[in-house]
Design a protein around this ligand. Structure first.
Ligand code: GLN
Length: 308
């Protein structure tokens, strides 16, 4: 039986389906093959109840959304002191792939832009890229309750064109923020960005973050309290790159986007929400996704700073 909430979300989804603005990312050649009309939206409650619309089971690569989970796992593995010495938590106001470090400390400004994310990748548990990628895949599998794999075509495509990320890695190595082989760190990063997910998977990941770090269907604790608070804070301030200020003002939820068109957002203690629509705006955020989250937030008054 359809509930009123189901009809309301469907209406928002249908309205956003009509939006044709934005461009599919092409700088990773394999991403250019994405269907610009693909569109999915999935809302998952902390009890594990889902509302799903459109292409929620269509696989795409997680891209920058992986940064949230690599950062969480790096923090769980090494603790705050070690990680904070290498990666700051300050919004950068710059594009996700900017070659920039804090002028004084030389740290990347936050773990949601590539410089910070590549550093976090280098901190994943394991001896060498193979083990580090396996550790992250295992960690992510806990969130979605099934195994995940790397899309080898997207990985190969990014690896053959990702010279800017290599430049960032060498910059990090030059200031000793990266203490391992820069090419190994970038390889882990390329693979983690190429992990295949669906909007339904992302909604489960978001719902786990909404549910105090406990996966709603398995009941397993995947993110400790302190790490969860940190990760959500960084997502709120930095998750949408140089669009983060507008996002926080208009949507008001911790979120993370990826260049293949995914966005996940968290309404703590209530819902995880994920959308998938490949055409992007100038900040690299999905146009239909941003529109859907704006409408959802407005309709349900779910902006975190909404006076209650
Ligand atoms: N793999 C992509 C890159 O580093 C991820 C960027 C993104 O999703 N914004 O260029």
């Amino acid at each position: 039986m359809r509930s009123p909430i189901d009809d309301e979300i469907r209406q928002i989804f249908d309205q956003c389906s009509g939006i044709v603005e934005g461009e599919v990312a092409t700088y990773i050649p394999e991403l250019a093959a994405a269907d610009p009309t693909a569109h999915g939206l999935c809302v998952m409650s902390v009890e594990g109840h889902s509302y799903a619309y459109g292409a929620v089971d269509v696989p795409f690569t997680v891209q920058s959304i992986s940064k949230v989970f690599a950062y969480a796992l790096a923090l769980e593995t090494h603790g705050f002191e070690t990680v904070d010495e290498l990666i700051d938590v300050e919004p950068s106001g710059e594009a996700f792939n900017e070659l920039s470090l804090d002028a004084r400390t030389h740290r990347p400004r936050n773990p949601m832009i590539n410089a910070g994310a590549i550093t976090a990748s280098s901190l994943l548990p394991g001896d060498g890229p193979e083990q580090q990628v396996t550790a992250l895949l295992d960690y992510l599998a806990g969130f979605v309750d099934h195994p995940l794999t790397v899309d080898d075509r997207v990985y190969a495509s990014e690896a053959s064109t990702g010279h800017r990320n290599r430049a960032i890695a060498y910059l990090l190595r030059s200031v000793d923020v990266l203490r391992t082989d820069p090419m190994a760190a970038v390889d882990v990063y390329f693979r983690q960005c190429s992990v295949q997910v669906t909007a339904r998977d992302l909604a489960l990941m978001a719902a786990t973050l909404a549910n105090g770090g406990v996966q709603p269907t398995t009941g397993k604790l995947l993110v400790s309290r302190a790490v969860l608070r940190r990760v959500l804070s960084v997502m709120a301030g930095c998750g949408m790159y140089d669009g983060a200020g507008h996002w926080l003002t208009e949507v008001g939820l911790p979120a993370k986007s990826g260049v293949s068109g995914g966005i996940l957002a968290v309404l703590p203690s209530q819902f995880g929400v994920a959308s998938f629509a490949p055409p992007l705006n100038e900040h690299g955020n999905s146009v239909r996704g941003v529109a859907a989250f704006r409408s959802l937030s407005e309709h349900y008054g779910s902006h975190l700073f909404e006076p209650r």
